[in-house]
Design a protein around this ligand. Structure first.
Ligand code: TUI
Length: 312
């Protein structure tokens, strides 16, 4: 599965792990990188020194390239942007914003920069300011999402830019990977299935909730506030969506979900916590190691399109 993305990043398979808040810490990132993909540490809303520590711990577990995802709405984004350059991180992905102001710093540090985009407009802008590749993330994804599905976003982004495009959103098996290649992607990013791996430190209750979820079990909260977030439905999403319908304010809605992702990940609070997960939850059937998952994805994809010239 040699593609422009494996060449660019110096990895074996063009499979990237999403930079999920609270979930994507160094054990998972190293697990994915050691299995031949690209693991990511999710900086999320964490302070820069936490990110520095995570980078140093990941380096102890793997000699392979790994990256850091910077969530641009974080109050610590400026400091984290400097830490990744200081620590010699090879790859940065960004989410939830426009990383333009950091581009020069990262390029000067030799970092490969891969912004996550949910629109053609931002894709074009990122190419112009020097991005090495893009993740085009459809709204099937978990967490903070855009408006457009993977099926229609990916080919439009592919048509709009010359740099390689990595597809994300709704991909959890070899059929999804093969489909992404046919849409013109040169790699995939997956989050939800990596939550349910042996290396993932996520609470067992959260993993079980993804394993049990069916096709219709996610909800998007926050459309009314301009911060749409896809999560598994539970007691708190029911209340949240009711309150949204009744015109609750941003502050009232925030008070329902503040700290909810941490409670779900660390304490296993699946009733009142925020279980960010994509629509691919319904495709996730069992927990396995990162290596088992990546080996299976490669085998399934090869059986579908190996030799058909889609990787080039
Ligand atoms: O960033 C993500 N997914 C995330 S970030 C996150 S942390 C969070 N926690 C609680 C509430 C809200 C967020 C959880 N999941 N994916 C990448 C992504 N980026 N999806 C959509 C976007 C995006 C949206 C608008 C990127 C840029 C943008 O506009 C930027 C601009 O200036 O046009």
């Amino acid at each position: 599965m040699k593609t422009e993305v494996t060449e660019l990043l110096g990895i074996e398979y063009p499979i990237i792990q999403g930079g999920m808040a609270w979930v994507a810490e160094y054990h998972l990132a190293a697990g994915v990188s050691n299995a031949g993909g690209l693991g990511l540490i999710g900086a999320a809303n964490a302070p820069a020194e936490w990110v520095r520590e995570q980078i140093r711990e990941a380096k102890k577990l793997t000699d392979k390239p790994f990256g850091v995802n910077i969530m641009l709405m974080s109050p610590y984004a400026d400091e984290v942007a400097k830490v990744v350059a200081e620590e010699g991180v090879k790859v940065v992905t960004t989410g939830a914003g426009n990383p333009e102001k950091y581009m020069e710093l990262w390029k000067n540090a030799g970092i490969k920069v891969i912004p996550v985009v949910a629109s053609v407009a931002l894709a074009r802008r990122m190419e112009r300011c020097g991005a090495d590749a893009l993740v085009a993330e459809g709204c099937e994804s978990g967490g903070h999402i855009g408006e457009t599905t993977t099926m229609v976003l990916v080919p439009q982004v592919v048509d709009a830019v010359k740099i390689p495009v990595i597809a994300a959103g709704g991909i959890a098996d070899g059929r999804g990977v093969a489909a992404a290649f046919m849409l013109g992607a040169r790699g995939v990013q997956m989050g939800t299935h990596f939550v349910v791996t042996k290396e993932s430190i996520v609470h067992e209750n959260y993993k079980q909730a993804i394993l049990k979820a069916k096709d219709i079990d996610t909800r998007v909260t926050g459309r009314s506030t301009g911060h749409p977030v896809r999560v598994l439905r539970n007691q708190v999403t029911r209340k949240y969506l009711d309150m949204e319908k009744q015109g609750a304010t941003f502050e009232e809605l925030e008070s329902l979900t503040v700290g909810g992702l941490r409670r779900a990940v660390q304490e296993g609070d699946v009733t009142n916590g925020s279980l960010m997960a994509g629509q691919s939850s319904g495709l996730v059937k069992e927990e396995c190691t990162c290596k088992e998952l990546i080996d299976r994805l490669v085998k399934e994809t090869d059986a579908l399109i190996g030799g058909a010239g889609f990787y080039e």
